[in-house]
Design a protein around this ligand. Sequence first.
Ligand code: G3H
Ligand code: 13P
Ligand code: ZN
Length: 317
Amino acid sequence: PLTHTKDLFAKALKGKYALGAFNVNNMELLQAIIEACEEEKAPVMLQISKGARQYANPVYLKKLIEAAVSLSNIPIAVHLDHGDSFELCKECIDEGFTSVMIDASHDPFEKNVETCRKVVEYAHKHNCVVEGELGMLVGAQHDDGEEGGAYSKGGAYTHPEEAVQFVKQSGVDSLAVAIGNSHGAYKFKGEQHLDLERLKAIKKALMDAGLGDYPLVLHGASSVPKDLVTEINKYGGKMGEETAGVPEADIEIARRVGCTKVNIDTDLRLAMTAAIRKAFFENPKEFDPRKYMGPARTKVKDLVRHKVRNVLCCAGH
Ligand code: G3H
Ligand code: 13P
Ligand code: ZN
């Protein structure tokens, strides 16, 4: 059933597991995610970006998700990923999304607060919850926090005390953090990694400020599996040598520290691309889309099963 994001969050916080928030752009991705979660009995968040709405058309997405909801038994929440304006958030709230993200993280603190505040006011009146973001997802940088020292306020990373002020002033229901994470398949160079100590400090600061077990969100949580990159390149792809994702062991730590929502898109894209390239390479005479979209859907499904069972630990909930 369609389930409110706040109910999924409450259960996940209590059960100490993370929810997978998987991006949906077309029918095969949606079917793969839903079938995997159904088989693993995992609650799931389907997230739709502005780009997904432009690609697939909001009505198609809405109807596809309605089909997924009616054909499955798992709790499903529907979330706007990286909303970039009040108007887009309002559209999604009016369409019945159970949560929206307003991403004004590129703006100065005060402006970010003000934009979030406006979305929160509308959302809360209409039974919807809001994810905000503080800090910028520019990837791993040299930052005081990486050394475990005093946390700098000027950089792109989320500062624990600022996170407290941000949550209090904006009223957002969950917070996306910047701890060296970034989108895509090229996240780190050399020894770079997530600043998990900073994540702990953010969680603790929120707890100490009386905000309780506050839900944090990890964007850019794809692990960019080497075998998928190798397969893509084996069958004619040209992904660079320097692909790098978040090690699954780090996602597990993030989950234990208290990341309640973990965003995964790139890994689904890689799985889909690897399977399609392989099918094209092995069956060059084939031109029935079902013969390559079918294997692509299966490959995405296997990946999602692995994530929910072994990494996010939300299977069986
Ligand atoms: O934030 C990035 C997500 O992977 C969504 O990507 O904006 O290309 O749909 P997109
Ligand atoms: P990845 O690019 O690591 O999959 O991150 C997805 C994401 O954060 C969507 O908001
Ligand atoms: Zn993101």
